[in-house]
Design a binder for this molecule. Sequence first.
Ligand code: ATP
Ligand code: MG
Length: 416
Amino acid sequence: MTLTAIKGFNDVLPGESGRWHYIEEAARRVFELNGFGEIRVPVMEKTELFCRSIGDATDIVEKEMYTFTDKGENSVTLRPEGTAGVMRAFIEHKLYAQDPVSRLYYLGPMFRYERPQKGRYRQFHQIGAEITGVHDPLADAQVLNMLTAFFREIGLDEPSLQINSLGCPECRPAYRAALCSFLNERLEDLCEDCRRRLTSNPLRTLDCKVLGCVQATAEAPSMLDHLCGDCDQHFGSVRRYLDLSVTPYSINPRMVRGLDYYTRTTFEMVTGLLGSQSAVAAGGRYDGLISQLGGPAIPGIGFAMGVERVALLLGQREFASTPDLFIATMGSGERDTAYKLMDGLLKLGVRVELDYEGKSLKSQMRRADKLAARYSVVIGENEVNSGRASFKRMSDGTTTELALNAEEIAAALAVR
Ligand code: ATP
Ligand code: MG
C-alpha cells in the first residue's frame, strides 16, 4: 500500500509555493517597515503553557490540541497558536529588559485537531505579530493599521476589519453575570455545548454557530454597554486613531475570541468568500497574559492570520516565476556550447532552462512554451561556428541577433 499524508496535513506543491512566498514576503516587508523583528520559537512546548495561557475551558484546550507524552514521560503539545510560545520566550529571555517596547513577528505551522474542510486543516500556518509594553491605544491602532496595510499590499480589498472590546477583569464579571442571567432564561433554546459553556465560558455562546443559539442570543446584552470608564475610554481612543488614519472598520459587539487571555480590544479580519471559515486574521489585547505566565505585568496586543485562508482569497493568480531564456539545441554536437552558455548565464543571475534529455527540436520548443520562457534560442552547427544566434521574444516572435557571450546576452535580456 502506498503511504499518504496524515489527514488534515497538506503538502504545498511547487506550483503553489509561489503564492506562499508572495504572502510571506509581503508580511515581512510590511511588518519590518513597522519596526517588527522576527522571532523563531519551537513548534512544541510543555502542555502546561497552553493550558495556562489559552485557558482550560476553550475549544482549543478542551478538544483541539495534539498532546502526547514523550519518551521521558513529559506531557508536550504541538503549538495550536503562536502567542503563548512567543510570550514564553519573551519572559524566558527577559526581552523586556532590553527595550520597554517589543515588536515581534513570527510565521510557521500550528496544529489543531479539527474536522478538516476548505480553509480548516490540522496543520495550518500562521503569520502573527505582537507588541508588548504599551498600554496606550496607539499600539492597538498600529497593529490594526499594519494588518490593513498587509492586505492592501497583497492587492486584496477583502477581508474587512471588525473590532470589539471585551473589557477587563474590572468590568467583565458584571457583564458575565448579566449575560448569564439572560441566558438562564433561555436555557431550553441553547445547544448542549452552550449549556455547558454557561458555567465554564458563557461569552462563547455569542460565538456559537448553531441556529437556535444565534436566535436565542440575538438580543443578549452587549459588553460594550458594560465597559468600565477606563475600558470605554480606551476603546474610544482606538476608534479615534483608526478614524485619523482613515482605516476602515466596523464594530461587532458580538465578537468574542476563542482564547481566554484577551482583554479590551479584540478584532477579526472577516471575509464572506470562505463560507464558515470567515476569519482570515484575528487578535486582540492580552494585558494579563505575561504576568499570568510568570513574567512581569506587561501589556501586549497582537494578531495571527491564517496563511491558507489568505492564499485561498488570492485565488488562481499566477505567482510562479518563469525562465528568462530557454536554450534548445539541434543535436548532441551543440550540447557543450549550450551547457557552457547556460552555466555562464546562471552565474550572472539569468534564469535559463536547457532540455536535459536532448529531445527533438519540436518537443524542446513545446517545453519552452509550457514553461512560459520569455526568450528562446536554438543552437545548431551554424551558431556554434559563427558564435552568434538569434534570440526570439516569445510574446511576439521578434528576434534579436546576439553573440553567444553570457554578458552580452544577460544585458540584452535584462530589458523587459
Ligand atoms: P475559526 O473561528 O475559523 O475556528 P479561530 O478563532 O479558531 O478561527 P484563531 O485561533 O484566532 O482562529 O487563529 C487566527 C487565524 O488562524 C484564523 O483567523 C484563521 O485564519 C487561522 N486558522 C485557525 N484555525 C485554523 C485551521 N484549523 N486551519 C486553517 N487556518 C486556521
Ligand atoms: Mg477555531
